[in-house]
Design a protein around this ligand. Sequence first.
Ligand code: NCD
Length: 291
Amino acid sequence: MQHLITTSDFSKEEILELFEDAKIFKDLQSNLFLKGKLIVTLFFENSTRTRSAFEIAAKRLGAEVVSLDVGTSSRSKGETIFDTVANINAMKPDAIIIRHSECGLPGSLTEFVDCPIINAGDGKHAHPTQALLDLFTIIEHFDGETEGKKVAIVGDVRTSRVAGSNRKLLPRFGMEVIFVAPDCFKHESNDHRQVDFIDEIIDEVDVVMSLRTQLERHNEIYFESINEYAKDYCITNETFGERDILLLHPGPVNRNVDISDEMLKDPRSKVLQQVSNGVAVRMAILKKLLG
Ligand code: NCD
């Protein structure tokens, strides 16, 4: 049985196979690959895209979905997360999709269950399905030619799990990841080039991935006002000029802080394309793990 905790759970070949399925699922909206399967979602952190994309993906494959309302579950009566998951597992679901604020939690649950666990985001650690859909969108845009491409990841790279997963995944497909962040958001590892401002690298990059500032994960206030941050890190028309660069963002976008209104409408922005691809990629992931 295979789980998806980090992107390293899949080999490069498995990922490419997954993307072949995702391409088909982009057109084949509804089918019965997972008819009779039951998937439980447990979201202990807020979500719009990831949760709905998983639920839609499951339903398009003919599976049933039960979403535990964690606000009204027995967690508030003192049950541990391990017991909650063991109890859900006793009801024999075919997969459990979980999002939680604790780094490493989805991975540590695998020994308590008899079905695949899919990590839908664990704290600042990993968000494998987001990174896979980002990679799929990049491969689609460049017609498979990713070797040597440079990807600037801009903003709160230190606390973003999207940056955490992409920094490991994209280099496996020949891409260089460059972090662009103020000192307070710089990543602790020295595995990547890190620069202070986007101007320093804008002429050499092929992709810009903007990130939301993860205020809910900060223990201190780094900027007096978010506008102070936006002055240097918001992606605007001026940042891109006429350059042919692919613009990505995992959402939720803080308009005019992460990306300007104008750039969100620009054809170089593929933010909504990422959302559509997110359903197809998650359909392929569910088929692979449960099919
Ligand atoms: C991200 C997340 O939750 O990690 N969103 C997402 O899943 N698409 C990014 C974020 O919250 O900033």
